[in-house]
Write a protein that binds this ligand. Sequence first.
Ligand SMILES: *Cc1c(COP(=O)(O)O)cnc(C)c1O
Length: 359
Amino acid sequence: MERAYNFSAGPAVLPEEVLREAADEMMNYHGSGMSVMEISHRSDLFDEIITAAEQDLRDLLSIPDHYKILFIQGGGHVQFSMVPMNLLQGGCGDYILSGHWSKKAYQEALKFGPAHVIADSSDRNFSYVPDVSGLPVHEDADYVYYCMNNTIFGTRFREIPDSCGKPLVSDISSCFLSEPLDVSQFGILWGGVQKNIGPAGLAIAIVREDLIRDIPELPVMMKYSTYADSRSLFNTPPVYNIYICGKVFRWLKNMGGLEAVKQRNEEKAKILYDFLDSSKLFHGTAERESRSLMNVTFVSDSKETDALAVRKAAENNLLNLKGHRSVGGLRASIYNAMPKEGVEKLTAFLREFENDYRR
Ligand SMILES: *Cc1c(COP(=O)(O)O)cnc(C)c1O
């Protein structure tokens, strides 16, 4: 059975090499006679896995020593809660609204204390990212929050917002390790791994040490300090997810690191955007300066044609191209693990579809 080209926004495509390696190791991991799913999280074997994963991630992003890497269960939504629970200290949270996920994070923060919207691009259905120069950051803000890549709307921030010295928090779920990033500009970087790194259910938070406080009244699993103090081994962690993430980190390192990854991603995105810019049938929904490298959103002249294109694409082994309902049309998620060949095949298909359609 041929592998599909999977353009899903998440859970999403994983590198074929990683899946093959995991398959080879499935029944007998490194001579243990057991699968990684069956070994103790307190064993030396797993200690090697999590230690290497952490180190490889640190190397890839050049994470400074005063940042902790935390492996946290519960995916993205748990981080929407953990950020305000751990960072609010009598002040407020300032939020930049650029799409669905930052809005959800903002709404969650309102449960824990005052939160404000300091920039917003909802006026044109989040088809661009708001201007973040001269943000009206509140004097008493405990942090400033934004989502770097908007998975649903196909937009991304190119510049890092000026948070006026307040800790800057960013949700990087859908652009995690897609290009180099200066970690020292941030208080917290976190991402759910199922978009660009590994299996769903795990988030990785990169947290500056001074923001990790023991807050006795918080539930134990909702405190960053619990994960920091136990090397993410307070309770049974999602052992297999961490193992796959570690393999993906190694795969990215072997590719030459994030500069090389970025170059590859830019090449892939250019193929698709160049086609959309020249097409008479399809056009991109995100404003040019805000275009995402990871999620490419586009529409044709009608809902019916969109649906037909999605269906015909699936017949050609190009899967999961239906856009999110809040944008409509099509969305091609072209994460790190999507080969260039997949993007070329998709573009060739769309070109052919357009020609047939116009005849
Ligand atoms: C998918 C996604 C989320 C939500 O992740 P869950 O693990 O489903 O809670 C949050 N933020 C961004 C940017 C996403 O793409």
